[in-house]
Design a protein around this ligand. Structure first.
Ligand code: AMP
Length: 394
């Protein structure tokens, strides 16, 4: 079946030709016609199946029929779990829509919100957003949903894994009805189906899962270890498991500098970024890490905000963050664009309160491991998943 049989108009077909796509992938063949008809769909499709074009192409088609948008209004909302995916989806919209006159925007946390607010002022046809920043800007009246026509939940399973369910529900509550709803997920687990039931009406169900393994994109696990043994455990893992690269999050700048010198004493070259270093130095170190000149980067949470590193395979939480949201952002830096990633947390008894908050937010326990020779003498209890931190979240 050629693209021209799917009901897409010439400016879109031209962009597809220019990209060298010869024919639609199975998910595109199955999803584009019902989306153009206005149906809701839930689809299980992996990254790499062409799923982004399967919703972006028909959305462009529908929205280009009437490309007018009022100030601070959006017409299609695509929710994604990570900012990397938001950026990637928006880049696809720009490519597929290059012969149309539609506005798109990627909106995500960890960066200054002012330029995003400015970009919303003139109205946006297709907004790709991570849930936290979207809610934040909606609360601040930087955008309104009253002209929204279509909601897309992209990588819904990953959003649930990352603990975004409460935010997603808050967003859905604000959206107007009737609207079209599209849900894409690597797997249609019970949790995903439950979300679909609350948001989606009589959907067409599409499954193009191939036989390839559906490996979770981010492997999360934790190692229980005594506080004083964390640095030797890190050196041990780097050496024994032959790590090539890791971004290591730590609580304080003093701790960051100390860890770098401890690693160096054991022959592991590392560097750190924290609030005590100048912006120029941080930029240089970050460049070295991105280009692979530096393999091990130790960062405090504040210094790490806004880091954008491609293809990061491993994040280590040397200390757990005080905020569950920060944990989610940190692990979201791995497993990008279908690559698998690993998020490892070192947890001592002192980290228990933060662990409870994080596991409650994820709504599941993180797989535990002990490393021989580093067994914790102070037991870290098992979390109760209904823990809510007492302090008010920012
Ligand atoms: P996705 O599954 O959306 O992440 O897409 C995976 C890759 O396939 C992207 O690099 C797309 O540019 C590419 N792609 C999407 N649709 C087609 C197609 N019909 N023919 C060839 N490549 C495609």
């Amino acid at each position: 079946m050629p693209f021209s049989a799917l009901g897409l108009s010439e400016p879109i077909l031209q962009a597809i030709r220019e990209l060298g796509y010869e024919k639609p992938t199975p998910i595109q063949q199955q999803a584009i016609p019902p989306i153009l008809e206005g149906r809701d769909i839930i689809a299980s499709a992996q990254t790499g199946s062409g799923k982004t074009a399967s919703f972006v192409l028909p959305l462009l088609e529908k929205l280009s029929a009437k490309p007018v948008v009022r100030a601070k209004r959006i017409r299609a909302l695509i929710l994604t779990p990570t900012r990397e995916l938001a950026i990637q989806v928006e880049a696809n919209i720009a490519r597929y829509g290059k012969h149309l006159n539609l506005h798109s925007l990627a909106m995500y946390g960890g960066v200054d919100s002012e330029p995003q607010k400015q970009a919303l002022i003139q109205g946006v046809d297709l907004l790709v957003a991570t849930p936290g920043r979207l809610l934040d800007l909606a609360h601040r009246r930087a955008l309104y949903f009253d002209e929204l026509q279509v909601l897309v939940l992209d990588e819904a399973d990953r959003m649930l894994d990352m603990g975004f369910i409460a935010d997603i529900n808050k967003i859905i509550e604000r959206l107007p009805e009737p609207r079209q709803n599209l849900l894409f997920s690597a797997t249609l687990s019970d949790q995903v189906r439950f979300l679909a039931q609350t948001a989606i009406h009589h959907p067409v169900e599409i499954s193009v899962s191939d036989n390839k393994k559906t490996k979770p994109q981010i492997d999360q696990w934790l190692i229980t270890v005594d506080k004083g043994n964390k640095s030797s455990l890190l050196s041990h893992l780097i050496n024994e498991e032959e790590w090539q690269q890791a971004l290591i999050f730590i609580q304080t700048k003093h701790g960051a500098a100390k860890l770098v010198s401890q690693l160096e004493k054991r022959g592991i070259k590392a560097d750190s970024i924290h609030g005590g270093r100048s912006q120029a130095v941080r930029t240089q170190i970050l460049d070295d890490f991105k280009t692979g000149k530096l393999s091990f980067l130790v960062a405090t949470g504040i210094a790490a905000r806004g880091l954008d590193i491609d293809e990061l395979t491993r994040v280590v939480n040397y200390d757990l963050p005080d905020e569950a949201d920060d944990y989610i952002h940190r692990i979201g830096r791995t497993g990008r664009a279908g690559a698998s990633g690993e998020a490892i947390s070192f947890v001592s008894k002192d980290d228990f309160r933060n662990l409870c908050a994080i596991e409650s937010r994820l709504n599941h326990l993180i797989t535990r491991r002990e490393i021989e020779g580093f067994e914790a003498s102070k037991v870290v209890p098992i979390s109760i998943l209904n823990y809510r931190p007492k302090h008010k979240r920012k």
